[in-house]
Design a protein around this ligand. Structure first.
Ligand code: SF4
Length: 300
């Protein structure tokens, strides 16, 4: 178990954590996805639960979601959007709070707090003017948690952003580039449709991605993209995804019980990874093993 030895974590919490996961068997899609991306990263994040400084991009996304959530929760009752000024206030407060966990060195250029604040203002102004007035949230349709049963007593938990009264399920996304429909994560679409059916007794009419394109300092669009609509997967597709998710979970549990989590990449090149520093030092201690991919069956 190179991971916990090199990071100095005690064995007892590791064993307890593993027993907890196996006993309760609750999974999120991002957790499963993280393993497929890099098992070592999964180990740092979900097994050893190592806290890392939050990324400013994530803090920005969290603040934008918080402001939209506040508006739509208010709208469920009042049937009216909040004044823009109040939505922006909710955004400023959430951003300030989320940036507390971001290291100062990370806050420059396109992630400078003043830039983030001004970008958020522009996004929210555009959204509240052009899109929000046409959206009436369904009761229980804002930031709704779901629990989906999987084979083998596993459960998939998650949350969707907004279900409107026309049965369109919305996912708010921040992205550095415009989103292309063909690149959308099909598993996520299936999970949303399935969650809607389970919670409300019917599938959504469509799934819509509302994408806030940040540009991230490079030239190009910084704006709210035109809504992207996706058709809803059929029940046989949902059943197939459930079965494939179960197989992936079984694979993860197998690796987890072995305690050996390979790296999918050369850690020196993983500049985007928040665990890069500790990964490089444990990789050097382990004699710089080459990257190794664990073959996972496709989900969709
Ligand atoms: S630095 Fe690279 S190899 Fe290491 S955990 Fe992160 S993604 Fe995986």
């Amino acid at each position: 178990m190179i991971g916990f030895l090199s990071t100095g974590k005690a064995l007892v919490p590791f064993v307890l954590k593993f027993c907890y996961d196996v006993a309760f068997m609750k999974w999120s899609y991002s957790r499963i996805n993280s393993f497929s991306f890099c098992p070592k990263k999964y180990q740092f994040r979900y097994v050893l639960e190592i806290a890392v400084p939050q990324k400013p991009e994530l803090a920005f996304g969290v603040a934008l979601h918080a402001a939209l959530e506040k508006n739509f929760l208010h709208k469920i009752v009042s049937r009216e959007d909040m004044p823009l000024k109040e939505v922006l206030q909710a955004f400023y407060e959430a951003l300030e709070q989320a940036l507390v966990n971001v290291s100062d060195e990370a806050l420059f250029g396109p992630t400078d707090p003043l830039y983030l604040r001004s970008m958020g203002e522009n996004f929210l102004e555009q959204f509240m003017t052009e899109r929000a007035p046409a959206l009436q949230p369904a009761p229980r349709g804002v930031e709704t948690f779901f629990n989906l049963p999987l084979p083998g007593s596993h459960e998939m938990t998650g949350k969707f952003d907004l279900l409107d009264t026309h049965w369109v399920l919305h996912d708010f996304k921040t992205s550095s580039k415009p989103y292309h429909a063909h690149k959308a994560d099909k598993t996520q679409l299936v999970i949303y449709a399935w969650a809607c059916e389970r919670m409300f007794g019917r599938a959504p009419k469509a799934i819509c991605f509302d994408v806030f394109v940040k540009g991230d300092g490079s030239e190009g669009m910084v704006a709210l993209q035109a809504p992207l609509f996706f058709s809803v997967p059929d029940p046989s597709e949902m059943a197939r995804v459930a079965d494939n998710l179960y197989k992936q979970i079984e694979k993860i549990l197998e690796v987890q019980s072995s305690g050996v989590f390979p790296r999918s990449f050369m850690p020196l090149r993983c500049h985007w990874c928040e665990f890069q520093k500790m990964c490089v030092s444990s990789w050097e201690e382990a004699g710089k093993p080459p990257p190794q991919r664990i073959k996972m069956a496709p989900i969709v």
